[in-house]
Design a protein around this ligand. Structure first.
Ligand code: SAM
Length: 281
């Protein structure tokens, strides 16, 4: 494969990630959700999921020692990365020196940083998410009222169980609020399962990369309606819709108008049916 003509071939001069971790004393912190990926081929495959990144802007949460970051840089991306762990900054600064003008590292908490304000242009998001804030960050990116969002795609590593919830279809045990959030105005795919042994240290559970691209928002709908309906219905998923949706103004009428049997339960309602209900309230 030809390398992009952007100086990215300098990446071949990089030391192995294991050496970077050793030299900078980056013993993994459990509290910060640190499970590092060191296999450069695997990292290159993850960085390839969003397609051609040559010259594209990418926002990365939690670069750690910089494994995914270097793969994104090798793919020719401009990377803005937010890392909470100060110990990682010298290693990332070395990486920035190898890819001049391509990597900007922000020290801070991704929960408090607005990538739109930081980057200014449309951008992709790619991250091996820290498990403790992963779902909250995902929900924030998916639930924003501006649609299409400024982000062009999400390539996100989750615990496999969370990834399965995001792509689940109605009728399955995994189907819930995250599935509707991930699918009502986006395409969500399970792009790559990743074995726990690929991480250092290996977590207890398997992981998977989810790839999401925004689609047009269905007309006459709003994220607030979707959230109100799915929070109520999946909050009491064993109850019939007639009962669980009682507190959502207009929901029972919308059920009737849509011809949806009020004796059904939340997990049987398809994403398209949630959209119809949202339009009706
Ligand atoms: N990207 C690296 C890799 O793939 O090997 C590290 C991934 S590790 C699962 C998660 C990273 O997120 C860690 O480097 C951790 O320090 C960082 N992190 C944890 N909480 C964070 C937060 N709230 N904001 C920014 N980074 C955070």
């Amino acid at each position: 494969m030809a390398l992009p003509d952007n100086g990215a071939d300098t990446g071949s001069a990089l030391p192995p990630l294991r050496d970077v971790i050793k030299r900078h004393g980056l013993a993994a912190s459990k509290a910060l959700g640190q499970n590092f990926l060191l296999d450069e081929q695997l990292l290159d495959r993850i960085a390839a999921i969003p397609g051609d990144l040559n010259g594209a802007q990418v926002y990365e949460v939690g670069p750690g020692p910089g494994g995914l970051t270097r793969a994104l840089l090798r793919a020719g991306a401009f990377v803005t990365a937010v890392e909470r762990d100060k110990r990682c900054l010298p290693a990332l600064s070395e990486l920035a020196d190898v890819f001049p003008g391509k990597l900007r590292v922000i020290e801070g908490d991704a929960m408090k940083i607005d990538p739109v304000a930081e980057i200014g242009a449309p951008f992709h998001i790619a991250s091996n998410l820290p498990y403790n804030v992963g779902t909250a960050l995902f929900t924030g990116w998916m639930a924003q009222s501006e649609w299409p969002p400024k982000w062009l795609s999400l390539t996100l590593m989750f615990q496999r169980e969370v990834a399965e919830r995001i792509v689940a279809k109605e009728g399955s045990a995994q189907y819930g609020r995250l599935s509707v959030l991930g699918q009502w105005r986006s395409t969500a795919k399970l792009a790559m399962p990743v074995h726990r042994s690929a991480f250092t240290p290996p977590p207890k559970v398997m992981s998977a990369v989810v790839y999401i691209t925004p689609e047009a928002q269905p007309e006459g709908t709003d994220i607030r309606q979707i959230e109100a309906l799915t929070a109520a219905a999946f909050g009491q998923r064993r109850k019939m819709l007639r009962q669980s949706l009682k507190g959502v103004p207009g929901a029972l009428k919308a059920l009737e108008a849509a011809g949806i049997d009020p004796e059904r339960r939340a997990e049987t309602v398809s994403v398209e049916e949630w959209v119809t209900l949202a339009r009706g309230i």
